[in-house]
Ligand binder design. Sequence first.
Ligand SMILES: *Cc1c(COP(=O)(O)O)cnc(C)c1O
Length: 361
Amino acid sequence: MSRVYNFSAGPAVLPEEVLKEAADEMLDYRGCGMSVMEMSHRSKMFETIITEAEQDLRDLLAIPDNYRVLFLQGGASLQFSMIPMNLMKNGVADYIITGQWANKAYKEACIYGKANAIASSADKTYSYIPDCSDLPVSEDADYVYICENNTIYGTKYKTLPNTKGKTLVADVSSCFLSEPMDVTRYGLVYGGVQKNIGPAGMVIVIIREDLITEDTLPGTPTMMKYKIHADAKSLYNTPPAYGVYICGKVFKWLKAMGGLEVMQQRNIEKAKILYDFLDASKLFHGTVVKEDRSLMNVPFVTGDAALDAKFVAESKAAGLENLKGHRTVGGMRASIYNAMPIEGVRALVEFMEKFEKENLK
Ligand SMILES: *Cc1c(COP(=O)(O)O)cnc(C)c1O
């Protein structure tokens, strides 16, 4: 068996310890003679799995009691519709457009009510986060929406927007659990788990209790009501059970690593190795303004599309996988989530140094 360094943006690298444990338990989960995949979601065994997963997540993020944790299906993208359907009481919401994911959420919200794009960084290919200290937040906005870490463009909010008292809603898919987060700053925060936590198809929603009401837009499907899932403790129907199990293991791994402060330090250290190299390189350069750089997704280019393609091909041959940039952006992107070891980042930088020597004219 040989594992590569996988820089995929998602689905992405998971901790090896977690995968090994899951493999060990595949045929016989703790003496019950079956896999978690084969188990009733109403069983005692599974109840323990989902209850522990929630408690471990609560411990990691210090989630207050007045917030509910929901394990749902539909990935991050279903939240683009679930959020307006459940939260647009006045039919108005403000969106800050910092990339494709925020834009998709905005477009979806336009179907259900009056969505306003109150700021955008589209003018410079989403290479920065707009100044959000004094935005024209709508008087009657039900919420202000952001995508906190922009997976494709590699930007991250370093300070949250001034929402002028309105509820903040955030998509944290690609920075979830990469650093501590003050949940009380948000009304609702959610993330698809395949970026930093677990298998694709599942999303974790952390929502303040007062936002969970019967009062949803007319025609909202039952499966898309937060209240249904909150009342049923994420067991209204069969939940993404195997996903919950793997996420639970990752939460335990994060706790054993020392928690989110430790992860943040590790992530800062890892990203610094790559950004320092990019800042000094004569061949490669980063595409994001320094103040807004993500610790998780690092896009870079040589400025020559043919050379970029050569880099992607040669890096793959060297065991550094999935460095091709997003199909809409080109160039390269290294996603260096929690489970990417520092050795992987060092190996990438060594390879880039070598490539630079060979290809700098
Ligand atoms: C990947 C991603 C999504 C989409 O996730 P799906 O689970 O594929 O729907 C949404 N937002 C962000 C920030 C992402 O990185």
